[in-house]
Design a protein around this ligand. Structure first.
Ligand SMILES: NC(=O)c1ccc[n+]([C@@H]2O[C@H](COP(=O)([O-])OP(=O)(O)OC[C@H]3O[C@@H](n4cnc5c(N)ncnc54)[C@H](O)[C@@H]3O)[C@@H](O)[C@H]2O)c1
Length: 372
């Protein structure tokens, strides 16, 4: 198969869909790989890194869209890219179609077959191509929160780990899923006094078994949340209710109960945020203050560590990409229901129920789409 990887063109996106290591695996298996010049630069990969493993470097994305049988990317195709997609071509990338009618319409019009990273599943009911980015965002949250806590950045001037004779920072993590667990581990590793709030008792039992002693858990009732938030130096928002906007768990009125210069890091901002005063920010201007409380609400946190994020995403996508290349998408999807769950669009049909429901479009069952 001819696999192509264009440079990402969405603003502030530095990741790349294929690492040189992924290209090498594909080439070793007998496939051809073409990469747009400069595609890996944001993640620290040069054209020569790709040439060294046998990939071809092309000057324009247009050459990739015109020739590649499978296009591997990171972000959803932008309007100019969507115009170049065509029937018979396979697109493997994040899509997030449900809130994006324009993109959905363009993909349907193009006739392309599109497999969305975010809806591929695993046998534990997880989302294996979303999890690595949650891991990255979770581990990054205490790091950016610690920076925001510094005086010059508007914070309380508190050091995460304290020093001998001085208490460490108090960190509260709301939501003990993938983001929350990784955030709690790193905050505890920095020496902070960490409590994770969740509403799932099985999840808290697991966290207590696995990390008891490293951080504490508490049930996320409104009363407990209010008490812990008032005492915290840093609150990390990491809740998710699948398919719904994030619940608002800290109100504006509660900011007045907090210590001046305390920090809110709202990782759940991509689902609307779990603090009432959260609004999306960018890496160029990540923090702002409301009522004396500092907010960090960057919606694409993994972009800050594009190299780590590229490698983490590449590790997760590689087995699926190889199955698609080795077997063709029809056989690969018919043999693997979890990969089939990723099929969102084929030959002008929406094939993912939640996308159809969100956009009021008819849906063809993915299994049926395998036959046309
Ligand atoms: N900003 C970014 O760059 C970025 C990157 C990755 C993920 N995220 C977002 O981070 C959020 C968390 O993702 P995840 O992968 O950890 O999800 P997850 O499903 O693994 O975990 C969510 C947790 O929230 C808990 N929860 C639900 N309601 C709660 C409540 N009221 N109080 C306390 N806990 C509650 C659930 O029990 C679950 O344990 C999502 O909104 C995700 O989109 C953002």
């Amino acid at each position: 198969m001819l696999i192509g990887c264009p440079k990402e063109i969405k603003p502030q996106e530095f990741r790349v869909g294929m690492t040189p290591a992924a290209a090498m695996e594909a080439i070793t298996a007998g496939h051809k790989v073409i990469i747009e010049t400069g595609a890996g630069a944001g993640a620290g990969y040069t054209d020569d890194d790709y040439r060294a493993v046998g990939a071809g470097i092309v000057d324009t994305a247009a050459e990739i869209f015109a020739t590649a049988e499978m296009v591997v990317k990171v972000k959803e195709p932008q309007a100019v890219e969507r115009k170049q997609l065509r029937e018979g071509q396979l697109l493997f990338t994040y899509l997030h179609l449900a809130p994006d009618p324009e993109q959905t319409r363009d993909l349907l019009d193009s006739g392309v077959t599109a497999i969305a990273y975010e809806t591929v599943t695993d046998r534990n009911g997880g989302l294996p191509l979303l999890a690595p980015m949650s891991e990255v965002a979770g581990r990054l949250a205490p790091q950016v929160g610690a920076w925001t806590l510094q005086k010059a950045n508007g914070g309380r001037g508190v050091l995460m780990g304290g020093v001998p004779g001085v208490l460490p920072a108090k960190v509260v993590v709301i939501g003990g899923g993938v983001v929350g667990t990784h955030a709690a581990r790193i905050a505890a590793g920095m020496g902070a006094d960490v409590t994770v709030l969740d509403r799932s008792l099985p999840r808290m039992r697991y966290l207590d078994d696995a990390f008891g002693g490293t951080f504490k858990t508490a049930f996320s009732s409104a009363a407990t949340t209010a008490k812990l938030v008032a005492e915290a130096d840093m609150v990390i928002g990491a809740v998710l209710i699948p398919g719904a906007a994030a619940p608002k768990l800290v109100s504006r009125a509660q900011l007045a109960t907090m210590k001046p210069g305390a920090v809110l890091v709202d990782v759940a901002i991509d689902q609307g945020g779990c603090f009432e005063t959260s609004r999306p920010t960018t890496h160029a201007d990540p923090i702002y203050e409301v009522d004396g409380i500092m907010h960090y609400c960057v919606a694409n946190m993994p972009g800050a560590v594009a190299r780590t994020s590229t490698q983490a995403l590449g590790n997760a996508t590689l087995p699926f990409m190889m199955a698609l290349a080795n077997k063709g998408w029809r056989v690969a999807c018919s043999e693997d229901e979890h990969l089939l769950n990723g099929l969102n669009v084929h030959k002008g049909h929406v094939t993912y129920a939640a996308v159809g429901a969100a956009l009021n479009l008819p849906v063809m069952a993915a299994r049926e789409a395998l036959r046309i």
